[in-house]
Design a protein around this ligand. Sequence first.
Ligand SMILES: O=C(O)CCC(=O)C(=O)O
Ligand SMILES: [Mn+2]
Length: 206
Amino acid sequence: MQVLPKGVRHMPDFLDREAQEALVAEIRDVVQNAPLYTPVMPRTGKPMSVRMTNCGTLGWVTDQDRGYRYQATHPMTGQPWPPIPDRLLRIWEAVSGYPHPPEACLVNFYSEDAKMGLHQDRDEAEFAAPVVSISLGDTCLFRVGQTRRDGRTISFQLKSGDLVVLGGEGRLAFHGVDRIYPSTSTLLKNGGRINLTLRRVTLSGR
Ligand SMILES: O=C(O)CCC(=O)C(=O)O
Ligand SMILES: [Mn+2]
């Protein structure tokens, strides 16, 4: 058994099949309102392989000119993001240990050749709240390291229904997705992987 970095929790099978299906139905509604789009990297404008949207009062976005940030509206439609479904708020309450709700839920969609490079989640003002991440659909190979980019990393698979919590000393751990294992889940009709990342963005009551 590999030892996870301090503050990094992997909770396999947190959601049963029924809960996963209900969540997928809710995310479909979100995506109808706030379509998935292809974000591009700051400066270079290079497209990411993951498609994204958000729900919540704030959503994480990136573009060539203005870079990584949170904003209240969808960059393509100009509309406010749809609300975070209650089911997700309850998961946050159950695992975050943080007394205020998340403001952002980033929805990442990975087709079979998508991946996400090693990075930190550091565009939030509040680092006392953890990042809670939920995997749905095809299995991926997840990598997590230390708070320095050149720190030792470990890799493990995330399956549909698994949770990862980056909190405390692990809040700023580098992490990424090296690959998707196609056709490893029957949850999504057309395959692929959805990752939902719940985050508190602003400092609350201070
Ligand atoms: O897809 C994942 O499991 C991780 C996603 C992620 O790290 C992010 O959106 O910041
Ligand atoms: Mn991340």
